[in-house]
Design a protein. Structure first.
Length: 161
């Protein structure tokens, strides 16, 4: 069984003194270090939370700016397409106008060539008719007479058609 003697009292007193000394010199300092570390951890958590909030804000801002840029790109692409279409229409209209001018010039040139060919043909036929008439009559017929005979011949041919 347990005896109550003076050693037990000294042991209890020693333990109490040791406890108060350790509390005074050791536990208070260790607890102070724990508090400081806890404060640093709390500050780090607060800084991390602030950084996360800032990152979220930056992401939202970036998303808004990206959307605005995409809309601007779409607008610019649409405007570019419209300008390209207008330029295409202008070029086509200019080409059509130029083609019509060239066709008109070609028709005028063809008309002149046809007239020249007809004049040349009339002259040659007139000369042939004059030569043929001269051979028939065995005398030289002037070109003017040949042309007149040709005109009469063509007029009679036109009446027959």
């Amino acid at each position: 069984m347990l005896r109550f003697d003076i050693n037990l009292i000294f042991t209890v007193v020693n333990l109490l003194v040791l406890y108060f000394l350790m509390k005074k010199f050791l536990f208070d300092k260790v607890n102070a270090i724990f508090r400081q570390r806890q404060e640093l951890i709390d500050e780090d958590y607060a800084a991390a939370e602030a950084a996360r909030a800032q990152a979220e804000t930056d992401r939202e801002t970036y998303t808004e700016k990206l959307t605005a840029v995409e809309q601007e790109v779409d607008r610019m692409m649409k405007q570019g397409r419209e300008q390209a279409h207008a330029e295409y229409n202008r070029i086509i209209a200019g080409a059509q106008t130029q083609a019509q001018k060239e066709i008109a010039k070609a028709q005028v040139a063809i008309g002149k060539q046809r007239e020249d060919a007809m004049r040349s043909f009339k002259t040659e036929v007139g000369q042939l008719v004059a030569m043929a008439a001269g051979k028939i009559m065995e005398e030289d017929v002037p070109d003017a007479v040949g042309e007149r005979l040709y005109e009469e011949m063509m007029a009679q041919a036109g009446e027959r058609k």
